[in-house]
Design a protein around this ligand. Structure first.
Ligand SMILES: Nc1nc2c(c(=O)[nH]1)N[C@H]1C(S)=C(S)[C@@H](COP(=O)(O)O)O[C@H]1N2
Ligand SMILES: [Mo]
Length: 201
C-alpha cells in the first residue's frame, strides 16, 4: 500500500524551522525550569532595577517606574546550553537600550545581578542594539516566579544562562569578569551558533 517513500511519511518540521535550531540542540515543546537555587520571592514594593558601576550617575527604577517605561513585545527562539531549544517564545518587556539610554557610560562590559546572588557577564554590545530586554510577561501573562518573575533579562542570541532570572540590575564594568556559570566552567561568551558551551569551546 505504501508508494510514498518512508522519508516523506509523517509530519516533518519544515526547513525554515530546522534553520532556527543551532548545532547540537533539539526542539522542545514544554518550557523547562533550570535554576541553580531556590526561587527568590521579592515583593514588588521592595523590587527595583539598578544600573550601577562605571556610570556617571547610577540609576534606579522602582517597580512602578520600571512598568511606566515604554515596553515592547518580543517573539524569539531560546537555546539552553543543556541542549533544548524552544521556538517562538513570546515575551513583553523593556529594551535594555531604553534603560541604558537614561545613563551616561562608556563601559564595554556588564554584569547582570539577580535576587539570590546569580550573576552573568555580557559585553555591552550584546545588551544594546535591540538584542536584549528586561521582560516581565511571558505568553501574555505575568512572568511566573519559576521562570524569573517578576522580571528577567532576555538575551536570546546567547545561551539562555545569560538571561538572568529575577534580575535586579546591571553593573557596568571596565573589563569582562565571569559571572556564576562562567566561573563554573561555562563559556565566557556563549554563542549557541558557535557551540560555545564550556570554557575553551
Ligand atoms: N537567577 C538565575 N537566572 C538564571 C538561572 C539561575 O539559576 N538563576 N539559570 C539560567 C539557565 S542555565 C537557564 S537555561 C535559564 C533557564 O530559564 P527557565 O528556567 O525560565 O527555563 O535561566 C538562566 N537564568
Ligand atoms: Mo541553561
Amino acid at each position: 500500500m505504501s508508494f510514498i517513500s518512508r522519508g516523506f511519511q509523517g509530519r516533518r518540521r519544515d526547513a525554515g524551522d530546522a534553520a532556527r535550531v543551532p548545532p547540537g540542540q533539539h526542539v522542545v515543546a514544554d518550557f523547562p525550569v533550570l535554576s541553580a537555587g531556590p526561587t527568590p520571592r521579592t515583593s514588588l514594593d521592595h523590587w527595583s532595577f539598578s544600573i550601577e558601576g562605571l556610570v556617571d550617575e547610577p540609576r534606579r527604577w522602582s517597580w512602578d517606574e520600571f512598568r511606566a517605561l515604554p515596553a515592547e513585545p518580543v517573539a524569539t527562539d531560546i537555546h539552553c546550553v543543556t541542549k533544548w531549544t524552544k521556538l517562538g517564545t513570546r515575551w513583553e518587556g523593556v529594551s535594555v537600550d531604553t534603560l541604558l539610554g537614561q545613563v551616561s557610560s562608556a563601559a564595554p562590559y556588564a554584569l547582570a545581578f539577580s535576587d539570590g546572588g546569580y550573576t552573568t557577564n555580557l559585553p555591552l554590545a550584546d545588551l544594546t542594539g535591540g538584542k536584549a530586554w528586561v521582560v516581565y510577561a511571558y505568553d501574555g501573562a505575568p512572568l511566573a516566579p519559576a521562570h524569573g518573575g517578576p522580571a528577567r533579562l532576555l538575551v536570546p542570541h546567547l545561551y539562555f544562562w545569560k538571561s538572568a532570572k529575577w534580575v535586579r540590575g546591571l553593573r557596568l564594568m571596565p573589563h569582562d569578569a565571569p559571572g556564576f556559570w562562567e566561573s563554573n566552567g561555562y563559556h565566557i561568551y556563549g554563542d549557541p551558533w558557535k557551540e560555545q558551551r564550556y570554557a575553551g569551546d
